[in-house]
Ligand binder design. Sequence first.
Ligand code: H79
Length: 431
Amino acid sequence: QTMPSMWDSRSNGKEHPNLKWFKDAKFGIFIHWGLYSKLAGEWQSKRYYGSGEWLMYQAKISAKDYGLVAGEFNPLKFNATEWVDLIKSSGARYMVVTAKHHEGFAMFDSKVSDFSITKASPYGKDVMKELSGAAANAKLPFGFYYSQFLDWHEPNGGGNDWDFKQSKDYHKYYEEKSIPQLKELLTNYGKLGMVWFDMPGGLNKQETQFLVDDLHKLQPQTLFSSRVGQGLGDYMDFGDSEMPAEPIAKPWEAIYTFNDSWGYIAHDQNFKTSSDIIRLIATASSKGGNLMLNIGPDGDGSIPQANIDCLKSVGRWLKVNGESIYASIAGFIPAQPWGVTTSKPGKLYLHIFQRPNNGKLLVPGFSPKAISVSTLAGSVALKWRQTGEDLEVTLPNVPVTGLADEVLTVSYAGKTPDYQNSMPITVSAAY
Ligand code: H79
């Protein structure tokens, strides 16, 4: 299925002018945090697995019972500065946090709903305010996730058909809660890098266009994710945990989880390793896009220690190898058995995921004239030869840097070649 071109359908028909920072960032952190984090994948002694933020739906919890969880949400270990410091140390260049997920609970102070952390929880503080402030202090672009259509707490919100069975007035929900809360988020929390909409519904194209234009008036520089619907976003998100098969020049982002859930689940320790994450970042970069990696903090406000250690390790790798990632463009050599490539003018970066057994790294289809090959870290010159369009690099017996996922830099003369198998944009996402 070929997507309608979301990038051409904005009201003025033009790409958003503020996309450069987003395209150059390459790595962001997503945070899913809400009442579901406190429930941690368990309801009435029954354990659920996968997408902990969907527990209310999975266990068909009534809005009334679920509402009581707010009275127990007291994340005393939460420290916004610590979270932002950790994200900075991971090398991520933006963050997005759930202001309201499908459960309907506002993690911020809202004038239009009492179902919020400031009005319904003993904690009583606006954690979104603290996070946006900490991110601003750290000069980290900051965005809100906001579920604009699904709201299982509201009789007229999308999705909850287990206790609101009457026909719904979605427009009433948009007018009374969704749009006013989006406006609060775009007004009271400083400059936003993006609003990360999710799961559109209930609005036709014209209405969505109106919403987008209306909200952009509050902060014209803020980017909107493609899941605002109707092809009206500023950048593309694919399906959850989905990577496009081929490079795409337009701005896009792939979103992945640390384990098998977005929201915290106590009994899911299936965490990716730092090498897994480095490879996801390199793979997204090799196709010209960003990776946004999700963390699910505990309902007590703490981030799992395994995630902290892993993010710091990713940050150490990016400190050394960031030149091959930040502000890079898709590599002009497609994925190889040994790994992927990224590019900058005059340079091709070889990301080695799998060392060839014979120590000879073949780069087929290398059309420009190579000048030198070296490790990115430490700039150790390596032996190489080019025969026509075959570039062969002799790898040292031991990785030079001692780091996993070593990167080599190939310098070459002349123009950057086009990506070999450039393909039309064909993605399965239906947003
Ligand atoms: O916020 C995360 C998800 O909760 C949200 N998008 C990401 C960023 C999302 N909303 N809807 N969906 C994802 C798709 C819905 C998938 C489902 Fe299921 C399949 C709902 C019911 C079956 C996954 C498995 C969730 C519950 C069980």
